[in-house]
Write a protein that binds this ligand. Structure first.
Ligand SMILES: Cc1cc2nc3c(=O)[nH]c(=O)nc-3n(C[C@H](O)[C@H](O)[C@H](O)COP(=O)(O)OP(=O)(O)OC[C@H]3O[C@@H](n4cnc5c(N)ncnc54)[C@H](O)[C@@H]3O)c2cc1C
Length: 389
């Protein structure tokens, strides 16, 4: 239909599809939605750590876009944006050669994060010694190492916050403990968690995690930033050295560099406020999800809520009165493994309500199996809601 506004969304993940979902349902006649995303599939994050213990399977968390209706899907990797001329440039990655451009009336930037190890000396040479639960292509490498390890040292590392999914490093350490205990080799393996922050993240459950670490015999070293990687050893800023056989290191996180190069932020996409996700410089460019600079944790609920705020902004501009109800708040679950080595992970529940000042935290410090099952249902509901509605 002539006169439709073209909305281009960069990133077909939680935030990108959150925007799609809202715009299509509230203003389907007024917009043509294009989603540019890097792959023909999406792999969910939150239950991914359970691949380590065989409690999750890839097949349950991978989704294609074939059932996402009313969008034009472009599989490509965005390389630059020219917000002055309303142009997005992308390359066709694995699925074709050359580069292409697309114009927009509204742009939503939701590409998630980049795991950037370039500030770590030796990372360019020894990146292959690193595997973590974040990298979808390498979580099985970590799993393989952990299931074959019979003795030695595992180093788990969390960089300075903010990074995506605050508890994933502690989840990693406790799930590795669980597997090693299950295999009967835990007594011959040291697990050291080095953390660049003063507490494990999120701070609200740091005390609970510490007491489980004590029971599991996991050594915790805080306030130590890893600045160098060698073949079998890491070095921290203050010169401490830790030998490793398995290195489950999360690289420092940032938004993709095309955001900075377009003048839309530095490490993260700059927004006007958490509820007004427009760029301070451009009325027609919005940020959403983990790439956006928000004063909240980078997790799925916050990513989705930011997407709804961004969609509401576009709806306002289009003159649509009906908006979606949204507030910043979340309840989440952190895996704490199973100290006794049964492959039945327990979880701790925690959350924040940011509508209250000061923001109201909540937690249940008692690890429960039921929370692990709740997290699974929550994740599957997200995937159904966004990928096959
Ligand atoms: C291992 C792991 C565990 C997690 N655990 C939890 C948890 O327990 N609870 C929780 O709430 N959250 C958790 N999260 C975080 C949650 O998955 C993210 O917060 C959420 O996915 C953020 O949504 P997003 O849309 O910003 O990014 P994503 O969902 O990552 O989507 C970004 C999309 O953009 C695409 N993309 C990237 N760059 C480009 C480019 N240049 N051009 C085109 N497309 C691009 C990507 O391929 C991807 O499809 C976890 C994440 C991981 C990885």
């Amino acid at each position: 239909m002539a006169g439709k506004k073209r909305v281009v969304i960069v990133g077909g993940g939680i935030a990108g599809l959150g925007v799609v979902n809202t715009l299509v349902s509230k203003a389907g006649d007024l917009v043509d939605v294009y989603v540019i995303t890097r792959d023909r599939y999406y792999v969910g994050g939150p239950t991914r750590p359970l691949l380590l213990t065989n409690e999750e399977e890839y097949g349950r968390i991978v989704r294609g876009y074939e059932n996402v209706r009313n969008i034009n899907l472009i599989v490509g990797s965005v390389v630059s944006i020219d917000p002055g001329n309303r142009v997005v440039n992308y390359s066709e990655t694995l699925y074709g050669l050359g580069s292409r451009s697309i114009n927009y009336d509204y742009l939503v930037i939701a590409p998630g994060v980049v795991y950037d190890g370039s500030s770590i000396i030796g990372y360019d040479k020894y990146w292959w010694r690193v595997a973590n639960v974040y990298d979808v292509g390498r979580v099985h490498v970590l799993k393989d190492w952990v299931w074959k390890l019979n003795s030695g040292t595992v180093v788990v590392y969390a960089p300075k916050a903010p990074y995506r999914c605050a508890p994933a490093p502690t989840e990693t350490a406790l799930l590795i403990h669980t597997v090693l205990r299950h295999r009967g080799v835990r007594d011959r393996v040291r697990i050291i968690h080095v953390d660049a922050n003063d507490k494990t993240q999120p701070p609200v459950i740091a005390d609970v995690v510490k007491s489980i670490y004590d029971k599991a015999g996991i050594e915790l070293i805080t306030n130590q930033e890893i600045t160098e990687i060698g073949d079998g050893e890491v070095v921290t800023k203050s010169g401490e050295r830790y030998k490793y056989d398995v290195l489950a290191l999360l690289e420092p996180n940032r938004a993709p560099s095309f955001i900075k190069e377009a003048g839309l932020g530095t490490d993260w996409f700059e927004v006007r406020s958490p509820t007004d996700l427009r760029s301070p410089k451009f009325d027609d460019v919005y940020g959403a999800g983990d790439a956006a600079k928000l004063p909240y944790p980078k997790n799925q609920e916050i990513a989705f809520e930011s997407a709804l705020f961004a969609a509401n902004g576009i709806l306002s501009d289009l003159g649509v009165d009906e908006k979606v109800n949204v507030q910043y708040a979340f309840v989440g679950w952190a895996y704490v493994g199973n100290v006794d080595g049964r492959l039945e992970t327990n979880s701790v529940q925690f959350g924040f309500d940011y509508t209250q000042q000061p923001p109201k935290p909540m937690k249940d410090p008692e690890p429960k199996r039921d929370y692990t099952l709740q997290k699974d249902r929550w994740m599957q509901t997200y995937l159904s809601r966004l990928f096959s509605y």
